[in-house]
Design a protein around this ligand. Structure first.
Ligand SMILES: [Zn+2]
Length: 190
């Protein structure tokens, strides 16, 4: 196991745009393994490198037992269709708020060996790749909420036992090891 602690809301690394991967080397493959293990240990749907404190454009996903990763992803939307439903984030534990996303997304990028990858997602997979690609731009799902819902999310965050506005942000990490609980609504905790 190469499970790493997950950075929590308030950590500046979550607000810092990540750099493209240049070297498809052993270090990258170790990062992909860490992301995958850490995501699965938390029953997450996805996990992006900044959530482990690494400023590289890489994320792992596990959507309906389709497990994979994407390096240097870019997104295209084949249509205008939207979806609305509960979304969460492993960096904002226990907070789930309905979030509007595009229903269909096509993610292109590379695997850990540098081979081109194209991922056609709908529903939860499309939601996942949008959520994780946002992480690589320093964007959280909170930023995608309308003002009412954002207020509700912030209320939940302030009430969460892990949230401590006075603590130095860099030491706020999720507790490990934790028992893998059931996935949240729609299972999305990326
Ligand atoms: Zn997330």
């Amino acid at each position: 196991m190469t499970v790493q602690p997950i950075r929590l809301f308030g950590d500046p690394v979550l607000r810092t745009p990540a750099e493209p991967v240049v070297d498809f080397d052993r270090e990258l493959r170790r990062l992909v393994a860490d992301l995958t293990d850490s995501m699965r240990e938390q029953n997450g749907t996805g996990l992006a490198a900044p959530q482990l404190g690494i400023g590289l454009r890489v994320f792992a996903f596990d959507v309906d037992d389709v497990v994979g990763h994407l390096v240097n992803p870019s997104l295209d939307f084949p249509d205008e269709e939207e979806q609305d439903g509960p979304e969460g984030c492993l960096s904002i534990p226990g907070v789930y708020v309905d979030t509007k996303r595009r229903r269909n997304a096509v993610a292109t990028g590379f695997n850990e060996h540098g081979d081109p990858v194209r991922l056609v997602g709908t529903g939860l997979m499309a939601r996942c790749v949008q959520h994780e690609t946002d992480h690589l731009d320093g964007v959280l799902f909170l930023d995608r909420l309308d003002p009412e819902r954002r207020k509700e999310a912030m209320r939940q965050i302030r009430a969460a036992d892990w949230y401590d506005p006075a603590a130095p942000p860099t030491v706020k990490v999720s507790p490990h090891p934790g028992p893998p609980g059931p996935p949240g609504p729609l299972g999305l905790g990326g």
